[in-house]
Design a protein around this ligand. Sequence first.
Ligand SMILES: *Cc1c(COP(=O)(O)O)cnc(C)c1O
Length: 368
Amino acid sequence: MTIPFYDLSDGHREIREAIDAVVATVVDGGHLILGPQLEAFEAEFAAFCEARYCVGVSDGLSALTLALKALDVGVGDEVIVPTNTFIATWLAVSATGATPVGAEPDPITLNIDPSRIEAAITSRTRCIIPVHLYGQPADMGSINAIAARHGLAVLEDSAQAHGATIAGRPVGGLGTIGAFSFYPTKNLGALGDGGAVVTNDEHLARRLRLLRNYGSTVKYRHEILGVNSRLDELQAAVLRVKLRRLPAWNHQRQHLASYYSHLLANSRHVKRPSVAQGVESVWHLYVVRVPKGRDRLIEHLRINGVQTLVHYPCPPHRQAAYASLALPEGAFPLAEALAAEVMSLPFWPQMPHAFAKTVTEAIATFDE
Ligand SMILES: *Cc1c(COP(=O)(O)O)cnc(C)c1O
């Protein structure tokens, strides 16, 4: 038997009839772009995030990029980003012409370490992008306080954390602006690409509506230089169905994470993930650390029918794409060490708990 890393079909089976029904509604309605499904989804997702406005866009990278453009970030500006993140966080900054400036993670939560942000601020800094990595909220209280002291915007990269909370308040609306991805495997995923930006700022919301649609809200009147980055009606309709299931699915993720953590309490081989006080993770991924022999453990698990992944094997600053930043090996030692130690275990809301037992038993038979 093989235990896959992820199985999307379990979730889709639960909502298959509802999906078929809304697809029929959209097809029969004949309105495929910027219509009633998107408007309804934006209202529902804004409410879910406890934010005033939501603007649907084509994907998560566009959500981040357009959020920065709405904030007027561009050439000559610097934006502080985590060194331990998916490269999209950095690419969004680069797409505006601004420069990403890395800040290392807290070694316990693996999220951006607020105490390292201030040292990275210069006269060119315009914005901080905390990422709620693996579903765990970053320390927004400290980050917002630093931003306020320095007059900076805060863009929450919430692509992995739909529904995660700090003191009971959901991420996305806790800073100046928040970006989400609806890539199929995210906690809330479309049947293809999708994304959204949420904010409580009416001016930013209006700018985003222009930016995503050729700089236009009235046909053939173009106020600013926009792009085509819309969330289509079919995806919005599917996302509305899935949004209703999201709290239950996040709950199942939390249960599964607790079970894994129980099973791995005395593991010789792996260190379990830690969640900070006062925050609720929605466990996009269950990421353990393997201080010794990570790659050999991955191979051992593969031979034993357990699929794992690494999020992420190479930090953005060490990618060929960022050679121009000339950040050598050792520039961000914490992110580099994590890239060599992390391993994500099979994880999806409907995963049978017996699979977690099999996975952890296979880990226990690893002989370093
Ligand atoms: C998935 C992801 C993105 C990008 O989302 P896409 O929809 O794939 O463009 C951005 N940031 C983080 C942290 C992500 O995990």
